[in-house]
Design a binder for this molecule. Structure first.
Ligand SMILES: Nc1ncnc2c1ncn2[C@@H]1O[C@H](COP(=O)(O)OP(=O)(O)OP(=O)(O)O)[C@@H](O)[C@H]1O
Length: 548
């Protein structure tokens, strides 16, 4: 009798306890909702009197554990506002994905209470300030925060600065478990001591700083990190990526401002390209953007930071961005040999003839760069404008794809078809021409056309086939049907071997398939090129290995 009473009593208590946990989780989520600006009303089913919060949009719970919240998954929701510190009450939170929203404010320290947090994606928002480098938050790297230009801290390898501009020494607090929890008293003493020390340091440093600055400008500091420099007088702003431009901001801005017509190396759909030579002869290409972009400067700069974080041998590095009062400039590595388009089609005297192995190397490197954009970048990058003038070459004939990410950044959906098609007729997949919407498979089509251009040495709009009502793909198919393989290859390229030529033509045919679904992915293209073209004797290799 007594026993069952105890049982009933504890069951009731358990239910009460579970209910209260449930209520706390639900209430916490509502507190979080209250600091978000839900413009699209995606959180409309987060309602106070719901039985359970586990079915709310973006929420999943630990099964059978008093409905404690396991994951909050709300990317691409156009959410504004801030992350409420209440998030720290969700102690069993394992995944927080809020990327690609418009959230701002700082990343709350309270997030460190979520000690089970294993996946965190706050990328591409407007968060600012220092990322707490303690507890669980110290376990995430830059991928969790990329695309928030105003965040700083160890995780994004960007030192925080005090209002005076000094780098802040970031606290590398040991985790509570490792260090043992200090008492509140000790914490108080420590904080007090640190505050006094900090204050003394600030006073000494500001004294030195004012004295130093009167002699040398603040701008004389070296670039070591992704760094922003805003000139308060004018609307000038410089952001550098990749962290290793060895020039002061004033040096760079001065050079940018002095670029003139003599420095122009060409112009394209997005603007004029200049050659900028620094005092130590370091050379950069500067693209002056002559389009206005739809969104705010903030959104533009945030997207640029993502492009600036992309780093691959076969992509042209974006080194920086400068907003001057009258123009916007992108700073890239300078590729001295120029574009594949120049090498194949321009009759300049210094033109270098491309032999077959150069062409294969360019095909492979370009495939590597494009596969990286499609399959390794997050968010993935569809180039939208693959063509020979966007393949730049270095002294070793290594190709570097340029202009990646710009189409999405600078071309609005409505104007897409006319603007892009104007510059790249002949490279565009039929479905892209029709809908104006680019996909990875439309890039694959353009890559197929590029392969044909490498083989034939002809532009995809060459008059020899355009006047017969064909494009390069149709022309190629006609020649192949008539078995005229020898007429296909660029006459200037005398060392093409039949084996690799067939592989390239076969691959180009698959890439330019009229049906996008039947085209290979760039990873498949790359695999095929590596296996069939770059391995010296693939068939012999397989034969000798199959004996075992
Ligand atoms: N990083 C660079 N290094 C050296 N030359 C460059 C660089 N970027 C561009 N160029 C040169 O500047 C010229 C214009 O390039 P840009 O990319 O603006 O135009 P495009 O490729 O011809 O057309 P689109 O704008 O449609 O891509 C090209 O001739 C190219 O060779």
């Amino acid at each position: 009798m007594n026993f069952s009473f105890v049982n009933i009593w504890s069951t009731r208590n358990k239910i009460r306890f579970e209910n209260s946990i449930r209520q706390i989780s639900g209430m916490t989520l509502l507190e979080i909702k209250s600091t978000l600006n839900d413009t699209k009303n995606v959180l409309s089913n987060w309602q106070q009197f719901d039985e359970s919060h586990c079915a709310w949009t973006g929420i999943s719970c630990h099964p059978g554990d008093e409905q404690r919240v396991r994951s909050i998954n709300l990317p691409y929701m156009q959410l504004g506002g801030i992350i409420s510190p209440s998030i720290g009450k969700l102690s069993r939170l394992q995944r927080l994905a809020l990327h690609q929203n418009s959230l701002h404010g700082t990343i709350p320290n309270e997030l460190t209470n979520c000690t089970e947090l294993r996946a965190l994606n706050l990328s591409t928002n407007f968060f600012s300030g220092e990322i707490p480098d303690i507890g669980v938050l110290s376990t995430f790297d830059k991928n969790s925060f990329v695309g928030n230009v105003d965040l700083c801290g160890r995780q994004v390898q960007k030192p925080c600065r005090t209002s005076l501009g000094f780098p802040v020494v970031l606290p590398h607090a040991e985790s509570d478990e490792a260090a043992g929890k200090p008492s509140h008293y000790m914490k108080g003493v420590l904080i007090g001591a640190m505050a006094i020390l900090g204050l003394a340091l600030v006073i000494i440093l500001s004294f030195l700083w004012t004295r130093l600055l009167s002699k040398k400008e603040r701008a004389a500091k070296r670039y070591t990190e992704v760094k922003k420099q805003a000139d308060p007088k004018a609307s000038t702003k410089l952001i550098t990526f990749h962290g290793d431009l060895p020039y002061t901001s004033s040096e760079i801005i001065e050079k940018l401002e002095s670029l003139d017509e003599e420095d122009i190396v060409g112009s394209g759909g997005f603007g004029t390209v200049y050659r900028m030579v620094m005092n130590d002869c370091g050379t950069f290409a500067v693209k002056q953007i002559d389009r206005s972009c739809e969104g705010s400067d903030q959104v533009f700069e945030r997207e640029l930071e993502i492009l600036g974080s992309i780093n691959h041998i076969n992509l042209v590095n974006l080194r920086g961005y400068c907003r001057l009062p009258s123009s916007r400039l992108l700073i890239y590595d300078y590729l001295a040999i120029g574009s594949l388009d120049d090498l194949l089609h321009e009759n300049t005297r210094q033109r270098q003839l491309l032999n077959w192995s150069d062409r294969l190397k360019i095909a492979l490197g370009s495939a590597q760069g494009l596969a990286y954009l499609h399959h390794e970048c997050s968010p993935k990058v569809v180039h939208c404008n693959i063509k020979s003038s966007n393949i730049l070459l270095d002294e070793n004939m290594e190709p570097h794809i340029s202009d990646f990410g710009l189409a999405k950044l600078l071309v609005d959906e409505e104007a897409h078809v006319t603007t892009v098609v104007a510059g790249t007729f002949g490279y565009l997949a039929p479905e892209y021409l029709q809908s104006g919407r680019a996909t990875e498979k439309s890039d694959v089509y353009s890559f197929g056309v590029l392969l044909l251009e490498l083989v034939t040495g002809k532009r995809p709009t060459d008059p020899s086939f355009v006047k017969r009502g064909l494009n390069v793909v149709g022309w190629m198919n006609t020649l192949l049907r008539e078995n005229r393989l020898e007429d296909v290859v660029d006459k200037r390229c005398t060392d093409a071997d039949a084996g690799t030529l067939e592989v390239i033509l076969e691959l180009a045919a698959r890439c330019t398939d009229g049906n996008a679904d039947d085209r290979p992915s760039m990873n498949q293209v790359l695999q095929l090129l590596e296996q069939e073209v770059m391995s010296p004797c693939p068939s012999e290799f397989y034969e000798s290995h199959s004996d075992h």
